[in-house]
Design a protein around this ligand. Structure first.
Ligand SMILES: [Zn+2]
Ligand SMILES: [Zn+2]
Length: 262
């Protein structure tokens, strides 16, 4: 259970707390998709299942790069903290520049929480893996897996070891496996999907996201979209810990089981 002082410490900026749900939901969406494909007769290759799940889970933590307290911002110490600070500043500047009514609203849950960002990030990673082949795919998969594990485990030290180990494992696996379906260009798909899953997840919470930027809605390009108010839940709340996390885990186990059993 989450200590209450931790909740109050990050009140208003839940990027640090939400990591676990984001990473889990990313993995579950990919595993569920693979289970569905298998059910329809198109059994995906093992490499596509494992690497895809790792990349979707890691990708589902990426949009919070605009928040200095997030899992991804703290993943590689001062380096990622610096990147996160830059991303936050850039996102804030873009928000102010691209909509008259949005000046000074900050950079968190801005451009990195849009459909455009998910597609762009996915395309860039696809390009990288297409050009860089096995090595690029192994690096992307390994980093995504490490990030995802850091998001799921709560204790920071345990997280660091677990993250490094699982990152290495998935990276080696990706390098050793023959590229399913003619190469690794498709790795951008789970990455973009992960980003989208993140933004949709945020949209279910109290802080909504400008998913459809730059489309103008009621005069604002950063119009926050989200769940109908009574159904939203607060991040780090009992609803998340007792309902969302177990439900995600159950779905993941069912999907994985479907894929393992012949
Ligand atoms: Zn977010
Ligand atoms: Zn606006």
């Amino acid at each position: 259970m989450l200590p209450s002082r931790f909740v109050s410490a990050v009140e208003g900026c839940d990027a640090a707390v939400m990591g676990r749900s984001h990473a889990l939901s990313g993995a579950v969406v990919w595993l569920g998709g693979c289970a569905l494909a298998a059910g329809l007769g198109a059994r995906p290759a093992v490499g596509a299942v494992v690497v895809g799940a790792a990349v979707t889970a890691g990708g589902a933590l990426l949009p919070d790069v605009d928040h200095p307290g997030s899992v991804v911002a703290r993943s590689l110490g001062p380096l990622t903290r610096l990147i996160a600070r830059g991303a936050a500043a850039g996102a804030a500047a873009l928000r102010t520049a691209s909509c008259g009514c949005c000046a000074g609203r900050g950079g968190h849950r801005a451009v990195t929480h849009t459909f455009v960002f998910a597609v762009t990030a996915g395309l860039l990673v696809s390009l990288l893996c297409w050009v860089g082949g096995d090595v690029a795919a192994a690096v992307v998969a390994g980093m995504a897996a490490a990030l995802a594990v850091r998001g799921v485990l709560r204790r920071r030290t345990r997280g660091a070891y677990g993250a490094a180990g699982s990152g290495l494992l998935v990276g080696l696996m990706a390098a050793a496996l023959p590229g399913p379906v003619a190469g690794w260009w498709w790795v951008g798909l789970p990455l973009g999907l992960g980003c989208l899953v993140h933004s949709l997840g945020d949209a279910l919470t109290f802080s909504r996201v400008p998913l459809l930027w730059p489309i103008r809605i009621r005069g604002c390009r950063w119009a926050p979209l989200g769940m109908w108010a009574p159904l939203r839940f607060r991040t780090g709340s009992a609803a998340e810990l007792l309902l969302v996390v177990p439900a995600l885990m159950l779905l993941g186990v069912i999907s994985a089981w479907t894929l393992i059993t012949p």
